[in-house]
Write a protein that binds this ligand. Structure first.
Ligand SMILES: [Fe+2]
Ligand SMILES: [Fe+2]
Length: 210
C-alpha cells in the first residue's frame, strides 16, 4: 500500500481489510506474543510498525471485549493509521537520529495527509478516518493535528493511540534499542491526563501478559 501511494496510485481498501483479517485471525488463534515474534522478522521500519500497531490494537480490543465489527474497524484503522507517511520524505522517515524541529513539523503532517488520501474512498467508515486523523491527539488537548480534547476523542481513537505509543516503544529504532515491554508500559502509566487511565489499566494484560 505504501509503494502504491508513493507511485501516486489509489489505495485499495480491500487490501487493507484482507491484511487486517489475517492479523485478527492470527491473534485470535495464536495470541499476541506469537504475532510480535513474526513481525520482528521484518526490517522495513514503517511496515513493521503498522503490523505491530495492528496486532497490539486487535489484542487490546479482544481483551476488553469489543464486538467483532469494532475489532475489525479498529484493526483497519491501525493498518492504515500511518499511511500518510508514504508522502513524508524518506530522508526524514529513515533518519538515523532524532528529528530536528523543522523535520518534526513535516513529520507531524502525516495524520492529515493520511486522512486526505483515504477520505474519498467509497465505503470507508468514518471511524477509520477518525482513527487515521486523530491517533496523535491527547485527552488534555496537547496532541495534533486538531488539538482535540477528551469529549471529542472516541474510544476507538483512544485505543489506537495507546497501541501506537506502546508499539513504537517496543520497536528498535536506529538511535535506540527496543524497550522491554515492562518499561514501555510504565511510560504509558506515566502519561496520566493524556491517555485514559482506565484503558491504560486494562491494557496491562495486553502489554505484559498476552
Ligand atoms: Fe502516526
Ligand atoms: Fe504510528
Amino acid at each position: 500500500m505504501f509503494s502504491a501511494v508513493r507511485a501516486g496510485k489509489q489505495i485499495n481498501l480491500s487490501d487493507a481489510e484482507r491484511a487486517t483479517l489475517q492479523i485478527i485471525n492470527s491473534i485470535s488463534e495464536k495470541g499476541l506474543a506469537a504475532w510480535l515474534d513474526d513481525v520482528r522478522r521484518y526490517h522495513e521500519g514503517t511496515f513493521q510498525h503498522c503490523l505491530l500497531v495492528t496486532g497490539v490494537a486487535v489484542g487490546f480490543a479482544l481483551e476488553i471485549g469489543f464486538a467483532s465489527l469494532d475489532v475489525k474497524r479498529l484493526g483497519i484503522a491501525a493498518t492504515l493509521h500511518d499511511i500518510g507517511k508514504a508522502h513524508i520524505p524518506l530522508l526524514i522517515l529513515d533518519k538515523p537520529d532524532r528529528l530536528d524541529p523543522d523535520e518534526e513539523e513535516i513529520m507531524r503532517r502525516h495524520p492529515v495527509i493520511g486522512h486526505e488520501l483515504l477520505k474519498d474512498i467509497a465505503d470507508i467508515s468514518p471511524e477509520i478516518l477518525d482513527g487515521v486523523r486523530h491517533h496523535h491527539e491527547f485527552l488534555d488537548g496537547s496532541g495534533y493535528p486538531d488539538g482535540l480534547k477528551a469529549p471529542q476523542i472516541s474510544d476507538l481513537v483512544r485505543l489506537l493511540t495507546i497501541s501506537d505509543i506502546f508499539a513504537a516503544l517496543i520497536e528498535s529504532r536506529p538511535y535506540r534499542p527496543a524497550m522491554p515491554r515492562q518499561r514501555a508500559y510504565s511510560i504509558l502509566r506515566g502519561m496520566d491526563g493524556k491517555l485514559e487511565r482506565s484503558l491504560v489499566k486494562a491494557f496491562r494484560n495486553v502489554a505484559l501478559v498476552a
